[in-house]
Design a protein around this ligand. Structure first.
Ligand code: PEP
Ligand code: MN
Length: 370
């Protein structure tokens, strides 16, 4: 059961303590307090876990500080959109993430040279973009491929992020030690930017890593859907993160591995954007680059990457992670799918156009009331 406190009731307040005290009088029940940042207000929610089936709702609803109580369904206890529960939202380094926001994260798949990072960041700044991607730790299919520069590139990456006003960098980690390396490098650089910790598709069921990113609250998490597991399994993986204490999560769709997806690198699964929004309280991202994997052009002149991006946004995606590179032919990772810097304006303007249309679709439905 979730007990939603009225707006402005703080987690440490006596009102919250009173509710917990009453809840924990029931055998085998324990309470966890979580803070939810909604669109207009911060909410304190008390999750009652354990043997809660027999607990009545009414006594809790009688507390003046309680707004409502919500029965949790068994599925996705922490991230599920249980009837009446508001979607999660969070603000990180001045950037807000929720099911109502929209951000594009164009950037390098992997950091290769200082020069390319600088060219990339300058182009983003000139386009008014403050969110990007940059991989330092790259999980590669072959052990002989470039594995990323690791912690050695973090000092110049963060310094340049500060210089060019990048507020959030999406960056994958493959091992717990890297979390500390990133934290140390950020502090050493004077916290010029923020990092959205990415859990890649290959680690989607690395439960120890999931628990670890869930136990820390310093960084939000970008969870990439597992490429060969069901959506339910990926949502349960997010449940590992959230139930460990961190619900600042964006779930990112990135295509599924199956030959049915040919000729794309993965079978594009952006039809699941509304599904994830319905089943969970999480903002949803899409990664058209790793889904499509190449720069095939459709007869209308737009790339397949543009078309699938539009398909995700028109369905309500909150974030787009997309590979760009100043010189893709020299990229050490995923060059063939990277867009060129002179393609940035079209990508961003097209994405904004589709986002605007999505919002108009929602308004149209509301106006017609059907
Ligand atoms: C990436 O975004 O760089 C990446 C490797 O993605 P995925 O884990 O989805 O393959
Ligand atoms: Mn890649």
């Amino acid at each position: 059961m979730i007990i939603v406190m009225k707006a402005d009731v703080l987690p440490e307040s006596p009102e919250v303590q009173q509710v917990i005290k009453m809840a924990e009088r029931f055998p085998d029940v324990h309470a966890e307090v979580r803070t939810i940042q909604g669109a207009t207000r911060v909410l304190t929610e008390i999750y009652l876990l354990g043997s809660t089936a027999q607990i009545p709702q009414e006594p809790f609803e009688e507390f003046p500080a309680v707004e409502k109580t919500i029965r949790i369904r068994e599925r996705y206890r922490s991230i599920g959109r249980h009837d009446g529960a508001e979607a999660f939202g969070f603000e990180y380094n001045g950037v807000r993430f929720s099911q109502d926001t929209f951000h594009v994260f164009p950037g390098l798949c992997a950091v290769d040279s200082r020069e390319n990072v600088e060219i990339m960041f300058r182009a983003l700044r000139d386009a008014g973009i403050q969110t990007t991607r940059a991989g330092a730790y790259k999980p590669r299919t072959s052990p002989y491929d470039f594995q990323g520069h690791g912690k050695t590139c973090l000092p110049f990456l963060f310094e340049l992020a500060g210089t060019y006003g990048m507020k959030v960098i999406a960056m994958e980690i493959t091992h717990e030690a890297q979390l500390e390396e990133i934290g140390d490098a950020l502090r050493a650089a004077g916290n010029p930017t923020g990092v959205l910790i990415q859990i890649g598709t290959r680690n989607a069921q690395n439960f120890e890593l999931l628990k670890l990113v869930g136990q820390q609250r310093e960084f939000p998490v970008l969870f990439k859907r597992g490429m060969g597991i069901t959506l339910d399994e990926s949502l349960n993986a997010c449940e590992y993160i959230a139930s460990s204490g961190n619900n600042h999560i964006v779930l990112c769709l990135r295509g599924m591995k199956t030959n049915f997806g040919d000729p794309h690198r993965n079978f594009v699964d952006f039809a699941h954007v509304p599904v994830v929004r319905r089943l969970t309280r999480l903002p949803v991202g899409i990664d058209p680059s790793h889904s499509v994997g190449k720069k095939a052009v459709a007869p209308d002149g737009l790339l397949d990457i543009h078309h699938v991006t539009a398909q995700g946004i028109i369905a309500g995606a909150n974030m787009v992670l997309v590979d760009f590179h100043p010189k893709p032919e020299e990229a050490l990772c995923d060059g063939p799918q990277a867009l060129l810097l002179n393609e940035l304006e079209l990508f961003v303007r097209d994405a904004e156009l589709v986002r605007k249309t999505y919002l108009e679709r929602v308004k149209l439905r509301e106006a017609l009331g059907t």
